[in-house]
Design a protein around this ligand. Structure first.
Ligand code: PLP
Length: 356
């Protein structure tokens, strides 16, 4: 049994993978899903179902459009400022490496005002919400910082539209959609294969701004502008059916609180490992941890890999260790990780970590 702790592309539900495998060669019309027109009735039904499921799961109101795009969260770093640009002033919270990248891209399209930053503490914490902001087109926040393992839980009342990157916490915890102007997420963390990006946008924010067609939100509303990532849409629809069958986002959040709670408790009690983030800011989905020694961290990674626990390395920019506990990670994966941590602690008392 292999447990995959990858931060993305991440683990997908086992029953969905089996279903996809069984249907891959011939889907309904006797052809594979990947050789079917995206304009066919069969495929249109899949996209409709996907949108309906997402709307039900996230309680998305009718005055929001759901767009299925490509280019990842990274393309949204540009599409957001391009499309929401009115005054050309944009506010950003700088809470991690992904928000830093979002800020760098937004600077191509206007004046970025960083209203809070934890860069000086290496993003070990998250900046506070600004007290009062005005005269900007939106305030951008990365709700869950995938690399650093921090998250926002409370939302402020702002007079400006809130834009959130929810790539690593969408469907993992409840998100009150109506508090936001726009939400976006790459699908590959918690929804499906790479190649699909979700944008949920309040319709009144969709304004024609004379942009090239693909880059304009207005050209994607209630239609497929061009050929989407059909396979990713198909798998995503199956994953959302699984989430619904398991009890929806509320059930996922309960499980993720339980899974992450077990791991944080084990880390807090460990004589060797510790969590990088403390307190209320701890992410439910991405948990960076370390022994404090890079070589011992690497030794543990190899030790865990040999026992079927893979992808526990921290992001290449920060090192250390990281366990991502997305929806499809079962509780058993977490208890197994904790057992293997204990085993490593025991063995470390007898031999040098470097040799295990
Ligand atoms: C993974 C990630 C990204 C980058 O997503 P791509 O789809 O690879 O562009 C951006 N933001 C956050 C919060 C992420 O976790």
């Amino acid at each position: 049994m292999v447990y995959n702790f990858s931060a993305g592309p991440g683990v997908l539900p086992e029953p969905v993978l089996r279903e996809v495998q069984a249907e891959f060669h011939s889907y309904k019309q006797g052809v594979s899903i990947v050789e079917m027109s995206h304009r066919s009735e069969t495929f249109a039904t899949i996209v409709e179902q996907l949108e309906m499921r997402l709307r039900r799961l996230m309680h998305i109101p009718d005055d929001y459009a759901v767009l299925f795009l490509q280019g990842g969260a990274t393309l949204q770093f540009s599409m957001v400022p391009m499309n929401l640009r009115a005054t050309g002033r944009f506010a950003y919270l700088d809470s991690g490496i992904w928000s830093k990248k979002a800020i760098a891209d937004a600077k191509h399209f206007g004046n970025v005002i960083v209203v809070g930053s934890s860069a000086s503490s290496n993003y070990g914490t998250i900046p506070e919400w600004p007290e009062h902001i005005q005269d900007v087109d939106y305030l951008h926040v990365t709700l869950n910082n995938t690399i650093e393992g921090t998250r926002y839980t409370k939302l402020p009342d702002t007079g400006v539209p809130l834009v959130a990157d929810v790539s690593s916490n969408i469907l993992a915890e409840a998100i009150d959609v109506k508090r936001y102007g726009l939400l976006y997420a790459g699908a590959q963390k918690n929804i499906g294969p790479a190649g699909l990006t979700l944008v949920i946008i309040r319709r009144d924010l969709i304004v024609d701004r004379d942009l090239p067609s693909y880059l304009a939100y207005s050209k994607h509303v209630d239609t497929l502008l061009n050929t989407p990532s059909t396979f990713s849409l198909y798998v995503a629809e199956r994953v959302l059916a699984w989430v619904e069958g398991e009890g929806g986002v509320e059930a996922m959040e309960r499980r993720n609180v339980e899974k992450s709670g077990l791991l944080y408790d084990a880390l807090d009690a460990s004589p060797l490992f510790h969590a990088v983030v403390s307190g209320k800011q701890r992410s439910l989905t991405n948990i960076p941890f370390t022994t404090g020694d890079a070589e011992t961290d690497r030794a543990f990674q190899r030790f865990a890999e040999a026992r079927g626990l893979i992808e526990l390395g921290g992001h290449r920019s920060v090192g250390g260790l990281r366990a991502s506990l997305y929806n499809a990670m079962p509780l058993e994966g977490v208890t197994r990780l904790i057992d293997v941590m204990h085993e490593f602690e025991q063995e470390g008392q007898d031999v040098s970590y470097k040799n295990v």
